[in-house]
Design a protein around this ligand. Structure first.
Ligand code: C5P
Length: 245
């Protein structure tokens, strides 16, 4: 998956909405498909998007016993997705089984999808962590611990906030990928609270950014996409010290 392009979160409920959106673009995109859409349109939609040259992050957040996750991943790898994820809370053995399933299912001559873990959901509060998960640690401690477990299971990286990416890179090294939602060109306009611009996200060391509504709900989605892509690429260049203006 080309990291110089943002990943567009295609959070549509219906296949025809998705198709109308995709048909606006005449270039290959990075797109994220979540469980809402996957459960209704499934493999057919994946094949359609692949046929048009789009790379897919399949955001299904698998969490089950290791054997079940292994076989699910084997099936999903056959569909040619570029990126996929599990819940780190499923444990190290489950994450290793996910990797094994992906390798088994990847067609010969292709690379297995990038495998990420979700640590604590951003919807989980400190209070919920204590009361419902009976956790004695803070969210930050839990996230760090789960990221460490993810790395120990040889996954490629985690989904995290753009504001956490720099400290994750510092702790786990540059090769451990950070994939970050919560990206906005202008902050404070919707339910995303801890946001960064694409440019800031690049400087923070994010490897991939995921952005949905600012593009999918824009009056001119193509224009919004180009603005976001330009800002991100400017940040990537700045990071490499290549800017010459
Ligand atoms: O529309 P928006 O840019 O907020 O979309 C971000 C995407 O990333 C959504 O699909 C959302 O579910 C997902 N996501 C998130 N925060 C997380 C994990 C995933 O916003 N912590």
């Amino acid at each position: 998956m080309d990291r110089t392009k943002p990943i567009i979160a295609l959070d549509f409920q219906e296949m025809d909405q998705l198709e109308a959106f995709i048909n606006l673009f005449d270039e290959p995109l990075n797109v994220k498909i979540g469980m809402e859409l996957y459960y209704t349109t499934g493999t057919e939609m994946i094949q359609k998007l692949r046929a048009k040259g789009h790379d897919i992050f399949l955001d299904l957040k698998l969490h089950d016993i290791p054997n079940t996750v292994k076989w699910a991943m084997k099936t999903l790898a056959k569909q040619g997705v570029a990126m996929i994820n599990v819940h780190a809370l499923g444990g190290k053995a489950m994450m290793e089984a996910a990797r094994e399933g992906l390798v088994k299912g990847t067609p010969e001559g292709q690379n297995p999808p990038i495998l990420l873990a979700v640590t604590q959901l951003t919807s989980t509060s400190e209070e919920q962590l204590k009361q419902e998960q009976l956790s004695m640690v803070t969210i930050k401690e839990s996230v760090d611990h789960l990221a460490q477990l993810t790395q120990a299971a040889s996954l490629n990286g985690i989904v995290c906030s753009p504001l956490e990416a720099a400290s994750i890179k510092e702790k786990f090294g540059p090769a451990f990928l950070t994939v970050t939602p919560g990206i906005r060109l202008v902050t404070g306009q919707d339910d995303q609270k801890r946001t960064a611009t694409p440019y800031q996200a690049a400087l923070n060391g994010c490897d991939y950014i995921v952005i949905g509504r600012p593009i999918t709900q824009a009056e001119d989605p193509k224009e919004a996409y180009q603005k976001i892509k330009t800002d991100w690429q400017l940040g990537l260049k700045e990071l490499k010290g290549e800017r010459n203006d």
